[in-house]
Write a protein that binds this ligand. Structure first.
Ligand code: DX5
Ligand code: ZN
Length: 227
């Protein structure tokens, strides 16, 4: 299971340091939550901060664009050093051409949808993408509670991807922590976004990542030796 820490809850006064701590702790991708105060209530950051993050890590950076009219900024995020862009189907009425635009820029393509947007909305695009992101919280904030119904959505998309032999990543975002990470993995996710579970004021980044890894090993162990 890959870990993608979201910098949404990072201590921005120690951004580069915390990113390096996460990289040293063995995470796989840096997840950048871009919010415009329109598609979601919050405003976070844009290409400049993404460029600063990309300069401070050798890990892949993916931008989760919770913004209206995302195609206006694809080139800016590409130039900032982002390798994968994840767009909300709710903001892309011309999703086929949006995907083409990302491909033309040499970017990896991710699609996502809000927790109650029907999954069928993204099904036709599955053969065209590198990643599907299942939102397990309403987008716009970190530290929210995982929506339990998400497990069903994860398994459904997992099945759809398997049916078309897709190699796309299945990512889950929102409320993934020590108590939910095992069920998210068991439902078929290959990568999880972890915000407050990694960047918080209770534990160091290294300890937070280690606890997530240990939790995964323990639930893996349970599977191997069912009681
Ligand atoms: C929510 C963002 C998530 C969030 C994750 O809109 O897309 O990436 O920051 O934070 P946690 O893991 O704390 O729910
Ligand atoms: Zn996100």
């Amino acid at each position: 299971m890959k870990l993608a820490p979201s910098i949404y809850t990072v201590d921005f006064s120690r951004l580069a340091e915390q990113i390096s701590d996460a990289e040293r702790a063995g995470v796989d991708v840096i997840h950048l939550d871009v919010m415009d105060g329109n598609f979601v209530p919050n405003i976070t950051f844009g290409p400049m901060v993404c460029a600063a993050v990309a300069r401070s890590t050798s890990l892949m950076c993916e931008a989760h664009l919770m913004i209206n009219g995302p195609e206006r900024y694809f080139r800016d995020y590409k130039e900032a050093g982002v390798s994968r862009i994840i767009v909300h189907v709710e903001t892309c009425p011309h999703l086929y051409s949006t995907i083409q635009q990302l491909r033309q820029l040499g970017l990896q393509v991710g699609i996502t949808l809000n927790p109650l947007t029907p999954l069928e909305t993204l099904k036709p695009a599955l053969p065209l993408v590198d990643l599907v992101l299942i939102m397990s919280v309403e987008p716009g904030y970190g530290g929210q509670k995982y929506i339990p119904q998400s497990a069903q959505r994860i398994t459904t998309v997992r099945r759809w991807l398997d049916e078309i032999d897709s190699q796309a990543e299945l990512e889950v975002d929102g409320g993934v922590n020590l108590s939910t990470i095992c069920s998210v993995r068991d439902a078929g996710a290959s990568i999880v976004v972890v915000g407050s579970a990694v960047f918080n004021d209770k534990y160091s980044v290294a300890d937070s990542v280690q606890m997530l890894r240990t939790s995964l090993q323990e639930c893996q162990g349970e599977d191997e030796h069912p009681l």
